[in-house]
Design a protein around this ligand. Sequence first.
Ligand SMILES: *Cc1c(COP(=O)(O)O)cnc(C)c1O
Length: 221
Amino acid sequence: MTDFLQALATIEQQITAACVQANRARSTVTLTAVSKTQPDEMLVAALDAGLRVFGENRVQEAEAHWAKRRAAYPDLELRLIGPLQTNKVPEAVALFDVIETVDREKLAAAIAKECARRKVTTRCLIQVNTGEEPQKAGIAPTEAAAFVQHCRTTHGLAIEGLMCIPPVDEPVAPHFAFLAKLAAECGLSVLSMGMSGDFGDAIRLGATHVRIGSALFGARA
Ligand SMILES: *Cc1c(COP(=O)(O)O)cnc(C)c1O
């Protein structure tokens, strides 16, 4: 596990350096450790190192990883960062603290209904398709502000911020800057953006949550 600890130390240094450059306090950035596909010993290493915020992209795998650990780690924060089908909403609301991928009316309605049924408030982010890629999840940028408003007023959802995954073949900075501007216009303070290859840029452009998988745990199988 020394590899893991070394990787974590390097990432910590890089996050701190980006915060210094951006004149931000380190405490304004949360490292979301993306634990999808990782074996149990990696999850244990991450927990032992003190990490508590984890991102997963599939509901079932996240249940297998984390449901049994909830009791032992009451301060665990689980964030869904992958697409959510409406038929999986009950499981998602039961497990996750934050759903980062709300991107359509039907999903917003289903989350609201399940939250009401369970008498809980699941914190949510709106995923924005900043590159307007047809195959990618996320609300169109031009519809984002109205959708945020709709989720709040019609569904009573606790919308905290925005999330994006920029196109793989484009410079990321314009997408991060655009998401930050959109969030500011909506009065939202949480910005989930930046992954292993670009979290420094994301922090310089205002990310509050960086989602880091391979740089932390090594390449996924
Ligand atoms: C897998 C994944 C990540 C982590 O990607 P890395 O490049 O391994 O850091 C971040 N965000 C989302 C939405 C993902 O699915």
